[in-house]
Design a protein around this ligand. Structure first.
Ligand code: ZN
Length: 194
């Protein structure tokens, strides 16, 4: 089955991602697929749990432009080590197509991550880039932007969130999406757990 972006409330989005432990051909293939799906959906970033892969992996291109591969970034096992300032701004998520709401984020962040050579890199980002990184990093911990919304944005998003829940339930009833228990088993198998 071809990999695709899963929508809320798919259980993979709430599953805490495991660290990437080897940089092999399989990982490169997954990264290629994720980049492609991100561009198809006009996104700036995509985290592995959004394609039902339970790993601490994310891809980004802050320009969103597939003709600018020099702006592509891949982070393995990323961690935010420093946050500064606060900013409020609109955010969307490829797992909630069409939903945009204001979310409060740190203005500047410092991230530690591994690159595809297995080298630890330190990066500092501000503004839009810092927002995208914080959003994607949250995905690795099963945290979604609806969790980060303030009370007013959350209220405004409520009917839209309910629609996603209904659509997901209906897709499961039709057999288009496996039952949650089966999805959990697939995630465990990917992690190499019995
Ligand atoms: Zn997202």
């Amino acid at each position: 089955m071809p990999r695709k972006i899963v929508h809320y409330p798919h259980p993979a989005l709430r599953h805490k991602a495991q660290p990437v432990t080897s940089i092999d051909k399989e990982l490169h293939l997954q990264i290629g697929e994720m980049m492609e799906l991100m561009y198809q959906a006009n996104g700036l970033g995509l985290a592995a749990p959004q394609v039902a892969l339970p790993f601490q992996l994310l891809v980004m291109n802050i320009t969103g432009d597939p003709d600018k591969p020099e702006c592509e970034e891949v982070f393995l096992n990323p961690q935010i080590v420093e946050k500064k300032g606060v900013m409020l701004g609109e955010e969307g998520c490829l797992s909630f197509p069409g939903l945009y709401q204001d979310v409060r984020r740190a203005e500047t962040i410092k991230v530690h991550a591994y690159d595809l050579k297995g080298k630890l890199v330190e990066k500092v980002a501000s503004d839009l880039e810092a927002r995208a990184w914080q959003h994607e990093l949250d995905h690795l911990n099963g945290v979604l932007f609806i969790d980060m919304m303030g009370p007013i944005a959350r209220l405004a998003a409520r009917s839209s969130v309910k629609k996603f829940e209904k659509a997901f339930r209906e897709a499961q009833e039709k057999g288009e999406i496996p039952p949650n228990l089966e999805i959990e088993k697939l995630l465990a198998a990917l992690e190499g757990r019995p």
